[in-house]
Design a protein. Structure first.
Length: 229
């Protein structure tokens, strides 16, 4: 399973969000604390963010995050108030190039999937950036409309009961997350909200989102709803 992270709030540098936290994505790439499946996330990484003009920018790689000196050099100079980042542990059989690394993009959304899903249960779409299951799922979520993501996940899970469907999305105004087979945690700070596969530090303000829940973050705050209620 991969690990991912979203930030919405005051601009922070990519280094502050991804590299600096003691148990952040960089550490999670080789020593995740809560990962249930897979020991590390060495099969690539990706960072997506909204720039000052509101355009989506992405930087992805098929290499381990811990070995990327170029990203480490530039990350302190790139900042954004809306960031989605991921480190990847590839599912066997999936492509290994950077086009299979999250975040994916569609209709102004950045999307990341932690898990696996049978591609046979997903409709074929030209929108998918890769044949990687996560890219096909991301395209399906965009095509169904992100406002319907809870229904989309429930339908996919019904078609593939072995699927793990942990999703994290942002369009720069909202974060949307779904827990389905894996948890998320969130941290509300005075200047923004982080949502992540696992806490980036031991701050007691981190709150766990249980399995089978929807989390949305917008200017109105954080909302968590039970998808099975
Ligand atoms: N199935 C996706 C991939 O192969 C995600 C894997 C994961 O969550 N570890 O990249």
């Amino acid at each position: 399973m991969c690990r991912h992270l979203a930030w919405l709030g005051a601009p922070r540098t990519l280094a502050q969000l991804v590299l600096d936290p003691p148990s952040g994505l960089l550490t999670q790439s080789y020593a995740p604390r809560r990962q249930k499946r897979g020991l590390m996330n060495a099969d690539g990484w990706g960072v997506g963010f909204l720039d000052d003009a509101g355009a989506v920018r992405r930087w992805r790689s098929s290499r381990p995050l811990w070995g990327d000196a170029s990203f480490a050099s530039v990350a302190p100079a790139l900042s954004s108030g809306a960031v989605l980042a991921a480190v990847r542990s590839a599912t066997p059989g999936m492509p290994m190039d950077e086009s299979a690394a999250a975040p994916f993009e569609g209709d102004g959304w950045l999307l990341s999937h932690n898990g696996r899903v049978s591609r046979e249960v997903l409709p074929a779409t030209r929108r998918a950036e890769s044949v990687c299951d996560s890219a096909v799922l991301a395209a399906h979520v965009v095509e169904q409309g992100v406002e319907h993501v809870a229904d989309t996940v429930a339908a996919v899970a019904a078609a593939d009961p072995d699927a793990y469907l942990n999703l994290l999305l942002t369009d720069g105004r909202r974060i949307v997350g779904v827990t389905w087979g894996d948890e998320l945690s969130y941290l509300e700070l005075p200047d923004g909200v982080a949502v992540a596969s696992e806490p980036w530090d031991d701050d007691p303000r981190w709150v766990d989102v249980p399995d089978h829940h929807l989390i949305t973050v917008d200017s109105g705050g954080v909302h968590v709803t039970d998808l099975e209620a």
